[in-house]
Design a protein around this ligand. Structure first.
Ligand code: TTP
Ligand code: MG
Length: 352
């Protein structure tokens, strides 16, 4: 595998190829050991622009509300790992912002690897809902696109990234969430919040860059044109699952769809939450609870949907066993173990 990654995929450094190989192997072993009860766990990934408030949202609503406290395990983004690499304590986030052309690929590669590590570390949890800050899909759909467009990642580097992204994601179903929660705010608001928090590495991040990231989040997670703050439509929801959507979130949930979507997240549901107003989680207990209720309701919806689809899969399997014919799965929704991902096809829009 190491040889293959080096000779055919083009990963230059042996230690990069080795770390990818080790993670694939260990994670597949882990998946195989997985107990049936753990498979029922739901994973939702929280997305949104830089400094919209993902970490605060996760910490404050998950740990401090009755609705979620016993339900949720949170997995914050491994940013501390990016700021402190190896015995020499390299800060790769800082290196990236200081010399983006030199380090964009190296950084995005490391972001991916740390997500795989983190997915493995958190996979043994027993709480029914795992809430993760970001996913490999925002890495690819937002940041890799942005650095490629900025020419900080060249054609060769993005081809290398894409050539391993597909096989690695295919072999690690734990990386594919059951749903997304999109914390949505304007680039202006995110910029103000970024200035307030003053993360040392982000001194040079401009409003323009945030605008670009915002547009990429929108075209991925929001079914209307950029800048439209209108109410979301539920017309995209198939009638047969509509019944399980709580009225509180009925107009905020839709399915990811379209050619630009990676095939493994086609038809995955997303909940959009308005994070434009500044909320003081210490004082505004009602707002905090309202967010928590919406997350809990979305969790119930996703869980029911998963149960329905897994009982359909079982029914199909028993029918096909009776007939002793193996029927391939032709739906849009990629299910682990049913069909391989064709990443180049799925992501072909990126190079158009
Ligand atoms: P975010 O993942 O947006 O996290 P955050 O902690 O800034 O946001 P929030 O306040 O909502 O919790 O970004 C963390 C930093 O890493 C930010 O400077 C952007 C950068 N980054 C990349 O450059 N590429 C990536 O793929 C990711 C995930 C982050
Ligand atoms: Mg954060």
């Amino acid at each position: 595998m190491v040889e293959y990654l080096q000779s055919s995929v083009g990963i230059i450094h042996k230690n990069h190829a080795e770390s990818i190989t080790t993670f694939i192997k260990e994670s597949v072993d882990e998946e195989l050991k997985e107990k049936p009860a753990q498979k029922k766990r739901i994973t939702l990934c929280v997305e949104g622009n830089i400094s919209v408030g993902k970490t605060t949202f996760l910490r404050r609503i998950a740990n401090e509300t009755l609705e979620l406290r016993d339900l949720v395990e949170i997995v914050p983004e491994p940013i501390d790992k990016w700021q402190d690499v190896g015995p020499d304590h390299f800060n790769i986030l800082d290196a990236f912002y200081a010399e983006p052309e030199r380090y964009a690929y190296t950084f995005q590669n490391y972001v991916f690897v740390t997500r795989v590590m983190q997915e493995r570390e958190s996979s043994a949890g027993i709480k029914p809902l795992r809430l993760m800050e970001r996913s490999v899909f925002s890495d690819r759909m937002v940041f890799v696109r942005a650095v490629h467009e900025a020419k900080w990642m060249n054609e060769m580097e993005i081809s290398i990234y894409d050539s391993w992204f597909d096989p690695v994601v295919s072999s690690l179903p734990g990386l594919i969430p059951d749903g997304f929660i999109y914390l949505r705010a304007s680039p202006d608001t995110c910029h103000k919040r970024m200035m307030l928090r003053k993360r040392a590495e982000e001194g040079g991040v401009s409003l323009d860059y945030l605008q670009g990231l915002h547009e990429k989040h929108e075209s991925w997670l929001f079914p209307f044109e950029s800048g439209n703050h209108g109410v979301l439509s539920v017309s995209k929801l198939p009638k047969d699952v509509d019944w399980s959507l709580h009225p509180n979130i009925k107009d905020r949930v839709f399915y990811l769809d379209g050619d630009h979507m990676h095939s493994s997240i086609q038809k995955v549901p997303a909940l959009v939450l308005d994070c434009e107003p500044d909320i003081d989680f210490n004082r505004d207990i009602e707002a905090k609870q309202e967010y928590a209720r919406q997350v809990a309701e979305f969790f119930e919806f996703v869980k029911n949907k998963k149960e329905v689809s897994s009982s359909n899969v079982k029914e199909d399997a028993s029918k096909s066993n009776q007939a002793q014919v193996l029927i391939p799965h032709h739906g849009n929704l990629w299910m682990p173990g049913t069909q391989p991902l064709d990443f180049r096809q799925a992501m072909s829009f990126m190079s158009r």
